[in-house]
Design a protein around this ligand. Structure first.
Ligand code: PMP
Length: 359
């Protein structure tokens, strides 16, 4: 087995190798203190320092304004599908959703448990091959919030300009920290950690503090954003290992020069791969060009048989995790922040050779 394969998995996904090495060391003996990171009390001085530093670096990298809270929660991004309407939607009121794939559909299903849902736009009839532009939909005046998914992991689509609303809620699970954003345009941003931030087990929530006062009293304690905001994400035992590893990833990102440097690297990586798709008819991109994602690149070959062969032979040479999501098939290369450019160069070379042999 090679030391390290190129892992194109959509999540859990590739993490920087130096982060893995540090995390492995820390698990056994944190900072030479004679205690492993995952044995330490979450209320210890050392662990509180880890959480504080992680939050401070996230605030710095994303320029999070002071009137936003940062929460580290459990239950993955999927729990947020319910927490958002539980906290922000009253039963006789309406929330507006943009349906751009499986992850927004799941969120819509949860919201319907709590109030009325207006689906102002859906790209389902074209297998979610694009995201809407502003002007393609109308948000009802009474909508308590507008919800969208910034990057659609399964289809490889991404918003390149955001919707706008007084209370804009965004599932940013698969592109947070990949490009600079203006946090002040959002009410809530949430993201599962396991793509661009760290291991699975933690969802990061960034919430504007006036929204905390909108939360109804009669919802369970653990599902109230206010509970976690008031206790610095320490109401109960937080996902300690995930928070620490997110902290290491943020330090790595800071060391590289921050999000604008990452943004340029992501552009370069995505351009390489889309150029390989566009130069031939053998490969066909799934997403419409204007909606293309820089995080998940989806494409098809002429037949499902060739796709299966492409994926099997790629795996054999260490290009792993390229199988498209079961709902759409085809090939998907997930190339998040920590995915190295050399992996994309190898994939592009393999695509060329595969076409020559099978085209
Ligand atoms: N939203 C998006 C955009 C995702 O890609 C995923 C997972 N792939 C989820 C939500 C669900 O995340 P989790 O598994 O953490 O619940």
């Amino acid at each position: 087995m090679p030391d390290r394969i190129f892992n194109f998995s959509p999540g859990p996904a590739t993490l920087p190798q130096e982060v893995l090495a540090q995390a492995a060391k820390d698990i056994i003996n944190y900072n030479n203190k004679g205690i492993g990171l995952i044995e330490m009390s979450h209320r210890s001085k050392d662990f509180i320092a880890i959480t504080d530093e992680t939050e401070a670096n996230l605030r710095l990298l994303l320029s999070i304004p002071a009137n936003y809270k940062v929460l580290f929660l459990q239950g993955g991004a999927s729990t947020q599908f319910a927490m958002v309407p539980m906290n922000l939607l009253t039963s006789d009121k309406t929330a507006c959703y943009l349906n751009t794939g499986v992850w927004s559909k799941k969120a819509i299903k949860e919201a319907k448990l709590f109030g009325n849902v207006d689906v102002a736009y859906s790209s389902e009839s074209s297998v979610f091959d694009h995201v809407p532009q502003q002007g393609d939909y109308t948000v009802p005046a009474e909508a308590q919030y507008l919800y969208f998914v910034s990057n659609n992991t399964i289809y490889g689509t991404q918003y390149h300009s955001f919707p706008s609303h007084e209370t804009l809620v965004c599932d940013m699970s698969s592109d947070i920290l990949s490009t600079p954003i203006d946090i002040s345009k959002f009410g809530i941003i949430f993201a599962g950690a396991q793509k661009n931030m760290g291991p699975a087990g933690c969802a990061v929530v960034i919430i504007r503090d006036d929204l905390l006062d909108r939360v109804p009293e009669n919802i369970p304690t653990m599902f109230k954003y206010k509970t976690h905001a008031d206790s610095g994400s320490m109401y109960n035992t937080p996902p300690c290992f995930a928070i620490h590893t997110i902290g290491l990833v943020l330090k790595w990102l800071k060391g590289l020069g921050g999000i604008s440097v990452m943004d340029a690297m992501n552009q370069e990586k995505a351009d390489l791969l889309y150029a390989a798709i566009d130069k031939t008819d053998f490969y066909k991109g799934h997403a419409k060009v204007s909606s293309r994602s820089r995080m998940n690149v989806t494409f098809n070959l002429p037949t499902p048989e060739l796709e299966a062969k492409f994926i099997t032979e790629a795996t054999a040479i260490g290009l792993d995790g390229l199988k498209g999501h079961r709902s759409v098939g085809g090939v998907r290369a997930s190339i998040y922040n920590a995915f190295p450019k050399q992996g994309i160069q190898q994939l592009v070379q393999y695509m060329d050779e595969f076409e020559k042999k099978n085209g």
